[in-house]
Design a protein around this ligand. Sequence first.
Ligand code: FBP
Length: 268
Amino acid sequence: MTINVNKILRNNKSLLLAYDQGLEHGPRDLDNKSVDPKYIFDIALEGMYDGIIVQHGIAEKYYGSYFKEIPLIVKLNGKTSLTNIAPLSRQLCSVERAIKLGASAVGYTVYVGSPMEPEILHEFSKVVEVAHDYGLPVIGWMYARGPTIKNDLDKDILAYGARMGLELGADFLKLKYNHDPESYKWVVKCAGRSRVLISGGDKVEELAFLKEAEEVMKLGVSGMAIGRNIWQHEKPLALTAALHKIIHEGKAAQEAIKVYEDEAKKGK
Ligand code: FBP
């Protein structure tokens, strides 16, 4: 079985732009610019992202103009932040529909430790089976959440999530970073041949963000899948150029910040 992971990799590394927060968090994450999906697709195109992650509805209405120009990753499940039920994100789009929309990969959130875990693992395994039948890679958002999870950044919990993803067949694992490089090496090791992509989180200051990118790349991860830190930034393309330096060219954050400053001066 050949899985076309290279569609969202460049030289074995990947920088993906996530834009499913409108569903997951609601419009509170968005402003007058980022509320328009076209603004995000343009960042992905001009910023030469290795893929853009959206829900099926956004893909259907906006991806047409960018078809084949940016690899599309359709997030198959999702939920809002309005309910207070056990962590569960049901599948809302089939693999077949994602393929019709032009997807190069599909994504699915697994709530590691949720009371609904049996259903989640069952659904995720089906997604992997169907996607792999079509040669489509699967990205598992392995996010620990539920009453037994005291700290979702605990190294053993992160490592468990990474291992679950490997065992269940995910090709990429979108994992949070705990800012502890020593312990994170074990997390990456537990992921085995599933490639680790680091999640972004709330927007932070540029240099801190670039230093984090440099730190994680040294730990053997394959890249980052981020959203708010880019499209909430006033110079998203300048920051993207700096990130490419680190992720695709292996440069240090200090060098990348100069790229950011130069590009920002040009108004990008
Ligand atoms: P950010 O870089 O903006 O954090 O996006 C990454 C992401 O995984 C999104 O794909 C998703 O919408 C969001 O984070 C979910 O975050 P959480 O479940 O932690 O609120």
